[in-house]
Design a protein around this ligand. Structure first.
Ligand SMILES: Nc1ncnc2c1ncn2[C@@H]1O[C@H](COP(=O)(O)OP(=O)(O)OP(=O)(O)O)[C@@H](O)[C@H]1O
Ligand SMILES: [Mg+2]
Length: 299
């Protein structure tokens, strides 16, 4: 059983302070390197990467927007599984499903781990052997606890618009340096800020800044209408994010269509069309060269 020191003692003085400083230095170094030599990420979901000329610029944050049951969770799990299998360390932060359930989904899709260490809200799956060993940490967080601590902090800060995240449960523990992060979902987080949309916006801006500092490529799930015209409930996230991928599951002339679209992706050349996807017992497959008859009706 592995234990997370930073979690059991979120403000544990000297050591966590030093770790935070070291991780800030590493993040700054990572950003400087990224500016000199852009690195392109492939997500490895069959067919998807063909929608991009070179890939996703490393370190960008992307909204995965879509209605209920469109495959948002599967797309993120599949992407992080692919990265972990290639030897990277990834983090799946969830407000929705228990880690054991996500792990069970993965097994059903045939994405078995070499080693599983887990209990309650924190699971660690290890993939591959020797030099290609990667991991996926699945972490369940309570959005209400985050919302309450942000509200408390803002009350104390007497209306200041920028806050330090000290004392707020960290989405990305300072002890982890993830290559990819998925957050499931921003919508659940937003709902926890009942009647306080202003506080949510302040928090979300800080969160995007943290993701940028950490240099991880980040996938942020948002729940939308079946045929969305907005890609997040508060409307700020789609402007803060570098990219928006939209998943559709809708009826066109009596037929149910499952599809994906890269709506925007800063700094990358990509296809601008809605293409069909299929979800099977192996996960998601994208069909990049097919088009959907009547796709304009999705808009
Ligand atoms: N083994 C499978 N074979 C085919 N389709 C599957 C399989 N497993 C799941 N699905 C499809 O995937 C959908 C769920 O995908 P997923 O959980 O990723 O959706 P989601 O967008 O995260 O949903 P929610 O909004 O409820 O969180 C199901 O509605 C089902 O149609
Ligand atoms: Mg989901």
């Amino acid at each position: 059983m592995f234990r997370h020191k930073a979690e059991s003692h979120p403000r544990s003085g000297r050591h966590s302070g030093r770790r935070r400083k070291e991780s800030k230095i590493a993040a700054a170094k990572g950003r400087a390197e990224a500016m000199l030599k852009p690195e392109w990420i492939k997500i490895g979901v069959p067919g998807f990467d063909e929608l991009l000329e070179k890939g996703i610029p490393k370190g960008t944050n992307i909204l995965i927007a879509g209605g209920p049951g469109t495959g948002k969770t599967i797309l993120c799990l599949q992407t992080l599984y692919n990265a972990a299998r290639e030897g990277h360390d990834c983090l799946y932060a969830t407000f929705e499903e228990a880690p054991w359930r996500l792990h069970r989904h993965m097994e059903e899709f045939g994405w078995g781990a070499e080693k599983v260490e887990g209990k309650g809200p924190l699971w660690k799956l290890t993939f591959g052997k020797a030099e290609k060993r990667g991991s996926l940490v699945i972490r369940k967080l309570d959005p209400i606890q985050i919302a309450r601590s942000v509200e408390g902090l803002l009350e104390k800060s007497a209306g200041r618009l920028s806050i330090k995240m000290e004392g707020i449960p960290e989405l990305v523990p300072a002890t982890l340096t993830p290559y990819m992060i998925a957050l499931d979902s921003l919508s659940a987080l937003e709902s926890a800020f009942t009647g306080k949309p202003g506080n949510y916006r302040i928090y979300i801006e800080q969160l995007f800044r943290i993701f940028e500092e950490r240099g991880a490529t980040t996938f942020l799930i948002t729940e939308t209408e079946e045929s969305p015209t907005r890609y997040s409930r508060a409307g700020v996230e789609e402007f803060l994010a570098d990219g928006v991928f939209v998943l559709y599951n809708t009826k066109i002339r009596g037929l149910r269509v499952q599809a994906i679209e890269i709506l925007k992706l800063r700094g990358a050349k990509h296809e601008r069309k809605i293409v069909p996807i299929q979800i099977t017992s192996h996960g998601i497959t994208v069909f990049p060269s097919e088009t959907i008859y009547g796709a304009e009706e999705l808009k």
